[in-house]
Design a protein around this ligand. Structure first.
Ligand code: ZN
Ligand code: ZN
Length: 154
């Protein structure tokens, strides 16, 4: 294949990939122009996702620290794709083939989601990058602050 044609094929593959993951919620341009799946929002489970979000494995018996990036999502895609529940699990609680949790392997009712880790709640409540979000979500901020306070005081 002549060089120009190879480039064209690579380019078309690149654009196919972009179209697959074109949901703007899942991408934002980081400084330097790299497109990455850092922070997004899962409207099914109603929580923040992406590799920028620290979390605990959603398996009820597990406290492994993970993040909500693609490497940990049941189903291998945001929202879980066609076969997964879209919850987030550590390596021990996902199958190697298909990247599924035990409930989805057996097609049982999904696990409950776990709450966000404190580290993440406090980040959202204090970090400048969430200042605008806080202005738009006063009710949720109040709720988060209350829960954080209640937790701290037993
Ligand atoms: Zn699952
Ligand atoms: Zn786990």
């Amino acid at each position: 294949m002549p060089d120009g044609q190879t480039d064209l094929v690579l380019l078309s593959q690149f654009f196919a990939l972009c179209t697959t993951y074109s949901n703007p919620l899942y991408f934002r341009y980081e400084e330097g122009g790299d497109m990455s799946w850092s922070i997004g929002f899962d409207s099914t489970w109603n929580r923040d996702i992406g590799y920028g979000v620290p979390a605990e494995c959603d398996h009820p018996d597990c406290h492994e620290k993970i993040d909500r990036g693609l490497a940990y999502v049941c189903g291998g895609e945001p929202y879980g794709g066609d076969n997964g529940c879209g919850l987030y699990f550590c390596g021990k609680h996902l199958t190697a083939a298909g990247q599924l949790c035990e409930r989805c392997v057996d097609e049982l009712a999904w696990f409950e989601k776990k709450p966000d880790v404190k580290e993440w709640v406090r980040h959202k409540l204090t970090d400048p990058s969430w200042a605008e979000w806080r202005l738009d979500h006063a009710d949720e901020v109040a709720r988060m602050k209350k829960e954080d306070h209640d937790d701290t005081n037993g």
